[in-house]
Design a protein around this ligand. Sequence first.
Ligand code: PLP
Length: 458
Amino acid sequence: MSQDRRAFLRNSGLGTSVLALGPLLAGAEAAAAAGTFDFETPLNRLGTDSVHWDQPLRDEKMSRIVAGMGVADMDFRCAPSIMTALAKRMQHQNWGYIDESAPGPEAFRQSIIDWNHRRHGITVMRQGNMGLSTGVHTSIAAALRAVAPPGSKVLMTTPMYGDFYADLVFTGTHPNESQMIYADGKYQIDWDDLERRMTPDTKAMILCNPQNPTGNVWTKAELTRIGELCLKHKIVVLSDEIHADFVTKGHKFTAFSTLDSKEVVANSITLSSANKSFSLPGLPIAWFFSTNPELFQRMAAQDRPDMNVLGLAAHQAVYSSGEQWLNQCVDYIDANHDFANQYIKANIPMLKVGRKPEGTYLVWLDAASVSEKIGAQASADAENKKSQPISRWTGKTTMVTSADIVGHWFARNAYVKLNPGTTYGKGAANCLRMNIATARPVLKAALDSMAGALKRLA
Ligand SMILES: Cc1ncc(COP(=O)(O)O)c(C=O)c1O
């Protein structure tokens, strides 16, 4: 694909007048009426200042890009109901402050409650125990400020989503990392280690379910065991369920708040959003709730939602009429998981994948053989002799890792952007995260390109 921004804008209509919205809307309405949505036709996102496609071109100094497979947003055209709702709201031509207690936002909160009841069996969420925030990161930061004073520790099972480490830096808390055991093609909690780490200075546990990056969907038994241990050791569970809608066939998502013990549930705050399910992080809104009034009040006191009108319109639209699109999207991604898992096992022997992920749209790859082949550690050591910038994750000088070098290698030789394991904590060395929420032809082109680059290396 070309990186020529002006040509892209010309072709996409983004640089032309808003009248170009007419055909777009007609297309969205036709898709909604037909009830089938197109995930297969690639959408060109280049030239939109996206982290997913544009940032790697710049940061990795790529001459071209076959696929952005990094940051966790999706490449698809959005649910048509979003386009219709945005276009309707645009007609008003005024963007003043929103009254969050007005009937509109109240109905919106109710639609979130209904969605979670219908889809995830959550019965304990109410208008009075839930709040809105700008994003799940904002919520995590507010929750940490509420329950984990600066200097205290936050428990996580690793490898773990890297941006949590940034939330910890932001709140002056420290990671307490319980590395998972990899056995039989799957990550598993090291229960002895987890409990050993439940020390008096550990005040919160970030539980990620489905887990980013491993794709684990925790069972009811696992969640109950975590919940009981945390209750015993006075550690508040922050259950990040942002990937809840992405579960592959044969697996079942269990919301933490549906566990049997009221005490266990009351020792938790659940945080989630449609930002992931409908790929709306550019129009972000998130929500949180706790059945424990004291925990809820402490968290709410740290929360400053700052809603935006278009975000509200988009999120209202998906909770009320986005479910059909999402169901088809989840099925498409499930098939992408099958495709990627089989392709890598058959054609890319230098990359190891375990079992098909149980959830998320992420694939966690072990690239140790590639790292060894390209001498990534020696390159990282050489880089670290030069002066390096301060990391936003740790607040300390960045250390280049072998996973970074492997990531750069794929960017420059396969023209594919992957996330290096560097920021995913203990147990992520030489791993890469691949986002497969894209049209299958793009996924295939990326895997072909990666396989080809590795063949040339052999
Ligand atoms: C587990 C997890 N939590 C939170 C986020 C970020 O959520 P938000 O964009 O709502 O801040 C992500 C994004 O990738 C994520 O994977």
